[in-house]
Ligand binder design. Structure first.
Ligand SMILES: [Zn+2]
Length: 294
């Protein structure tokens, strides 16, 4: 079986895809719609997003399953369809990626908090397990547990993946910059703490996504690399921090800006680079050009 980790040996840099959420809204998804239901009702639109990222030069693409945990789907009364909606997500991205590019199953947090007692460990495990089984059976190469903020919930998702598949595991947290310049998740986890916890949990690839543009990501990667130099590191950055322009959120970093910062991000220690909110196929294409020149 092909592995992303093996591809990264010898210092190769891999290019991931760009944002899915913002792209789905651009294609007509409305606030309050379930994005994962589109894997059935708007299959061609989802396939087109996946194909566009492959055409832009991505070595790997994600799946339209970020909110595909059973707990998240229950918000739309779709919890009984968890397995199949995730399987569809994986099949769509596989169709776009063919056999030569990697498909990475996206798994986002449930939005429920263990700390407050609104969900139990068992419920979280079950919620992730069904999602991962769907992604696994739909043909993903790896699972990306992403946009997490709580180490406890992340470890449950990691264990659900390990115990129900042989898939490679990527896990990325989202950090915000505090006024003192430090980076923390909304639960107060720092990049170095994340690296230690995830390394102990046995993930294959660590990293960070969302919440920052490349400039912030370079600082976060430096912090992670100061405590962990052995695990490959993935960065899915936003196209900068959104600015409110007449009531609309605008992501300021152009493809050229992200391309310009790519060498610094690699220098800091990132091995896989891609985009999150606000990034488009144009951003991915621009980063591809830089990676190919290195
Ligand atoms: Zn994002």
């Amino acid at each position: 079986m092909r592995s992303i980790k093996d591809e990264l040996k010898n210092g190769k840099i891999l290019l991931s895809d760009g944002g899915w959420g913002t792209y789905l809204y651009a294609k007509g998804l409305q606030m309050g719609d379930c994005p994962e239901l589109w894997n059935e009702t708007h299959r061609n639109d989802v396939l087109e997003i996946a194909k566009t990222y492959i055409d832009a030069g991505a070595d790997m693409i994600e799946t339209n399953s970020f909110g595909g945990s059973k707990i998240k789907l229950a918000q739309y009364n779709l919890e009984d369809r968890t397995y199949e909606l995730n399987k569809f997500a994986a099949e769509i991205s596989r169709e776009a990626a063919g056999v030569t590019k990697f498909v990475v199953g996206s798994v986002g947090p449930t939005g429920k908090f263990l700390m407050t007692g609104e969900v139990t460990e068992e419920e979280l495990y079950e919620s992730f397990k069904i999602q991962i089984e769907g992604l696994r059976d739909g043909g993903v190469d790896a699972i990306c547990i992403e946009t997490f903020y709580d180490t406890h919930e992340a470890v449950i998702a990691i264990n659900a993946t390990k115990e129900n598949s042989d898939l490679e595991i990527i896990t990325t947290f989202t950090f915000d910059k505090a006024s003192d310049g430090s980076y923390n998740t909304m639960m107060g986890v720092k990049p170095a703490q994340m690296a230690e916890t995830l390394s102990n949990a046995g993930v294959d690839i660590i990293g960070t996504n969302c919440g920052n543009g490349f400039e912030g990501m370079i600082e976060i990667v430096n912090e992670i690399r100061s405590v962990n130099s052995n695990l490959p590191l993935l960065v899915h950055a936003n196209a900068g921090l959104p600015i409110d322009v007449d009531g609309t959120l605008v992501y300021p970093d152009s493809p050229e800006r992200m391309a310009e910062l790519t060498p610094q991000l690699i220098e800091a220690g990132a091995n896989i680079i891609g985009g999150c909110c606000g990034t488009s196929p144009d951003h991915i294409r621009a980063i591809r050009t830089v990676i190919d020149k290195l």
